[in-house]
Design a protein around this ligand. Structure first.
Ligand code: MV4
Length: 450
């Protein structure tokens, strides 16, 4: 049985995991870098252990040190959070070798789903719709040209080891195939040490819709409906909402069932996400990737379902069965999350680390703030810039939007620039309010102020 969890992460997700663990009566050990000694998570954990200097490669990514820290503190489980080691199958393997429970799916599943081309092939075999393209990797120009001939332009070349945008090339003409194929493979080799690429038909301006999954170690898989994550900038999500404002109930149920099927077919246990592209013209959806971790935007799913995803992750890792069934789950109301980043939206979202001299956070009905900061806290410059997530729940989308506007007005942060002004602008935007926004939304409002 799990009794002490080592948290191999930082910031708001470390705080979130500590909260869930405490409510389950479990002890927490925070593994932190030298830069995070004074973090909120360090104050809230039962114990702390320093795992190295500020750079992540020498601390949060240095998994041998983290495993030593777990053994030294007699921790019997490790929660990896998101980012860092969360989707590192070697780390999951190393935990198992040391008899430490990795709070996440099996190492083999992390590995298979981390190979985006293989993941596609695997789920396609069980009847999940995928974007037309190559079956598996493309290892020659000739093969690339064959696929392009079959699916037609435009196409997108993606890195098998990728996800999140690196090593991607959009190709519109035959004469550009060779150059793009070579440069995508080169970039993939540089970024991931793996040059394999695959090809898909390019879907212009889709919605990014993802379905939350929970699976246990007894073969049960459930879905917790979808999130609309189309408001992104350079593959960083900025605003997410659940449910999607433009997906009808029939499509919702179909997507959920297909996502469950995809997860079941790969033997998934723990919390996970099935990502789809949704074409708003044809109303077709296509599987693109599976994420084998808890995600930043998980709270909006918690708000509309009443399910504590982190508690279930921990309980599932401990061998518990899911204690509810699909037909017990329903969507109640509407939730929106705005990511508050220490960035200046007026200066191309440049990082704006520094000391938070004053902080007043919104409150009242339907407001949740997941944050790793407090007044007087200095944001270290070594990590990503998200400092808080503002999550609101409303009885319907309109109430959620009105509540988000009100909460953004209450939010007061002095000392750093934040994305709050950007969020205020979006909450008033006509396209956002219509729900018809797609992944090109942020680019559109930045260029012409739609
Ligand atoms: C695509 C696509 C259009 N067609 N695949 C970007 C990150 C990676 N996870 C998948 N991505 C895309 N794949 C096909 N076949 C467009 C994107 C894409 C995108 C997807 C979701 C959210 C934002 C995006 C921004 C640009 C491109």
């Amino acid at each position: 049985m799990i009794s002490r969890i080592l948290i191999a992460n930082r910031g708001e997700i470390a705080v979130r995991i500590i909260r869930a663990a405490k409510e389950l009566g479990l002890k927490t050990v925070l593994a932190h870098s030298k830069a995070d000694r004074d973090s909120l998570a360090a104050k809230l954990a039962d114990e702390t252990v320093c795992i190295g200097p500020p750079p992540a490669v020498e601390s949060y990514l240095f998994y041998q040190n983290i495993i030593s820290a777990a053994l030294a503190t007699k921790s019997d489980a490790i929660h990896p959070g998101y980012g860092f080691l969360a989707e590192n199958w070697q780390f999951a393997d190393a935990c198992r070798a040391m008899k430490i429970r990795f709070i996440g799916p099996k190492s083999s599943v992390i590995r298979n789903m981390g190979d985006k081309s293989k993941a596609k092939t695997l789920v396609k075999e069980s009847g999940v719709p995928v974007v037309p393209g190559s079956d598996g990797e493309i290892d020659s120009l000739q093969k690339a040209l064959e696929v392009v001939e079959r699916v037609g332009f435009p196409v997108i070349i993606k890195a098998s080891a990728g996800g999140g945008g690196k090593g991607m090339r959009i190709v519109c003409e035959k004469k550009d195939v060779e150059k793009s194929f070579n440069s995508a493979a080169y970039e993939a080799q540089q970024a991931f040490g793996d040059s394999r690429v695959y090809i898909e038909k390019y879907i212009a301006a889709p919605k990014h819709i993802e379905v939350q999954i929970l699976g246990d170690k007894h073969g049960n898989v459930l879905h917790l409906f979808e999130r609309d994550c189309s408001i992104q900038r350079r593959h960083q999500k900025l605003i997410e909402e659940a449910p999607s404002p433009i997906i009808d109930n029939e499509t919702r149920m179909k997507m959920g069932e297909i996502a469950s099927k995809a997860a079941q077919s790969v033997g998934y246990d723990s919390a996970g996400t099935i990502e789809f592209l949704y074409d708003i013209e044809t109303r077709q959806f296509y599987f693109i990737e599976m994420n084998t971790r808890i995600q930043v935007e998980h709270p909006i799913t918690e708000c509309i379902t009443g399910i504590d995803l982190i508690k279930y992750q921990i309980r599932i890792a401990d061998g518990d069965k899911l204690d509810f069934s699909q037909d017990k789950l329903k969507i109640t109301g509407h939730a929106i999350e705005c990511r508050i980043n220490a960035e200046d939206p007026e200066k191309e979202f440049n990082p704006s680390p520094g000391k938070i001299s004053q902080l007043i956070v919104p409150g009242g009905p339907g407001i949740r703030i997941d944050s790793g900061v407090y007044p007087g806290y200095s944001i270290p410059p070594f990590y990503d810039s998200m400092v808080a997530k503002l999550i609101v729940w409303g009885a319907d989308r309109r109430e959620a939007v009105d509540r988000m506007k009100r909460a953004l007005d209450e939010f007061y942060i002095e000392g750093i620039k934040t994305t709050i002004p950007f969020h205020k602008e979006v909450m008033r935007n006509r396209i956002f309010l219509s729900g018809q926004y797609t992944t090109d939304f942020v680019g559109k409002i930045q260029n012409q102020g739609v």
